[in-house]
Design a protein around this ligand. Structure first.
Ligand code: 2YC
Ligand code: MG
Length: 268
């Protein structure tokens, strides 16, 4: 899991509207609609508006990321939640959230980012939420995934979750994962994936899902006007030149889609 930086989260808080406008252009979906259509088929209306949600800073391990909880709250307020960052961190913050009748509590340490529904005890994890949200974005941008070739980069926690949903949505998944153990583990649980080299995958697939922590190894010459890239991976595998070619078809940000799907999944 890539540890986000203060610059990552501050940049997102400042350009959430711009990101959503680009997302809507490419997918026809805003963050709320994308979250709804990720958590249920057909999409259900989840009572996000006015939901009381607390974000609790966590000081353990490498400590607080300045702006992280504020960014989570900015995303939640963006779709109408009554969200706030608790004054206290850690256990005092969780207690503060419960005392203030929070319906959902968001918190992250160095290993996990979760949302807790204080009413029904449901615990929602960021990795599958981010993976599923980005698959929804790719599917909407591509006009469906059934029997489409999709190049999946990376089989870490987000990549594995994405592989499951891509296969379930009917995609023909080609995968690049240099770690043989990770590749074998994914194949052993019966995921229908076709291991390829990066060059083979880029030559055949217009739809690309980047779930790697590696940066800038796909250049402008590897993409075209019909390439769509879903990129939850931080940093992006695409060079600045490739991102220029892709424009809004390079769907990439550090938290918004994950938080939107976590919130919908916590309440659905
Ligand atoms: O500010 C805080 O409360 C910190 N304890 C937050 C640490 C988050 C570490 N995880 C990450 O930076 C991200 C996850 C949100 C998703 C992938 N990496
Ligand atoms: Mg990457």
């Amino acid at each position: 899991m890539t540890r986000l930086t203060t610059d990552d989260v501050k940049a997102l808080s400042d350009r959430l509207g711009e990101f959503e406008a680009g997302l809507r252009d490419i997918t026809g979906l805003g963050l709320r609609e994308l979250a709804m259509s990720t958590v249920a088929h057909p999409p259900v209306c989840v009572p996000l508006y006015g939901a009381r949600v607390a974000a609790v800073p966590v000081t353990s391990g490498e400590g607080v990321i300045d702006g992280f909880s504020d960014c989570v709250v900015a995303i939640l307020r963006h779709f109408g939640c009554d969200a706030w960052v608790t004054a206290q961190p850690d256990v005092r913050g969780i207690q503060e959230a419960y005392d203030a009748a929070a319906e959902v509590v968001f918190l992250a340490d160095d290993h996990r980012f979760i949302a807790l529904n204080t009413g029904n005890g449901r615990c929602v994890d960021d990795d599958p939420a981010t993976a599923d949200g980005y698959v929804t974005a790719l599917e909407a941008a591509a006009g469906g995934l059934f029997s489409r070739d999709v190049l999946l980069l990376g089989l870490g926690p987000v990549g594995r979750a994405a592989a499951r949903r891509l296969v379930r949505r009917g995609a023909k998944v080609e995968v690049v994962e240099p770690d043989q153990a990770r590749l074998q583990a994914a194949l052993d649980i019966g995921l229908k994936l076709r291991p390829v080299t990066l060059a083979e995958g880029l030559a055949r697939c217009e739809l690309i899902f980047d779930a790697t922590p590696s940066a800038g190894f796909i250049d402008a010459g590897d993409v075209s006007s019909s390439t769509v890239a879903a990129v939850p991976g931080m940093p992006s595998a695409f060079t600045a030149a490739a991102q220029d070619v892709l424009g809004a078809r390079h769907i990439h940000e550090p938290l918004a889609i994950g938080v939107a799907v976590m919130m919908a999944r916590a309440l659905v």
